[in-house]
Design a protein around this ligand. Sequence first.
Ligand SMILES: Nc1ncnc2c1ncn2[C@@H]1O[C@H](COP(=O)(O)OP(=O)(O)OP(=O)(O)O)[C@@H](O)[C@H]1O
Length: 272
Amino acid sequence: MTDSRRDLPGTPVIELKDVKVYHRARTGGLFRPNIVKAVNGVDFSISRGETVGIVGESGCGKSTLASVLVGLQAPTSGQVLFHGKPAIKRNARMRKEFGRAVSVVFQDPSTALNPRMTIEDILTDPLQVHGIGTAASRSSKVKELLALVGLPQSAAEVTPSHVSGGQRQRVAIARALALEPDIIVADEPTSALDVSVRAQVLNLLSDLKTQLNLGMVFISHDIQTVRYVSDRICVMYFGQIVEEGPAAQVFDNPGNDYTKKLLGAAPSLLQT
Ligand SMILES: Nc1ncnc2c1ncn2[C@@H]1O[C@H](COP(=O)(O)OP(=O)(O)OP(=O)(O)O)[C@@H](O)[C@H]1O
């Protein structure tokens, strides 16, 4: 359990202030390097108990922003605050606490899960890495996690290739929950799944958010999917958040031309 459980309701777990991530473009020459402004001056916050959707077309900087949020990418400039304290020069204790507090679910569970490990080992691994519990308590935690994500207990014994794509994503979600995080960053968590199971995985994420009072950052190129799960929506365009507001407001009464274009181009729910 992290310190955030003692936070006042609504206190951000993570806050970004004027965050920029610039890359040297792969196509740039030695003497004329082009700079890609993947994230270009973003203010963002996420608290427990809310789902914030980040939506935008491919290349607008969503995954780069996600990398900053989970601590995989240091910004070129700007501040990352963790419970109100700068997270960039964090010490070992804070790094460990950050690692427990923020989990990630990636797009494709087939590549995100080790195909040689049993599902029990996959779910036990984060607990072992963080030195949490005994063999017996870890084993009962695995049972609890499987039940939480709606998987049968027998799934523990098999490797990921023995379960369906939707079930694999449930395993990835269970692994993300193993350390009882405050925040889950879900980067296109349904895009690689069959259309038939997307709604089930979205509903699972929504239920878990409510049940566990999680904060969730939900990233997708599909505004309909984002609308389905989010309380608040941030629309990204060329590295910037060009519109932000309650989901209903952004969806029903968009103020930005780019948001209107995204809505106009949106296919029917969960069909992309
Ligand atoms: N390591 C890197 N070096 C150079 N350019 C990069 C690097 N990482 C990302 N970019 C560029 O930064 C921009 C934003 O990329 P990012 O992956 O964050 O966008 P995205 O919205 O997540 O797109 P997608 O949905 O296709 O993954 C893109 O133009 C991308 O090519």
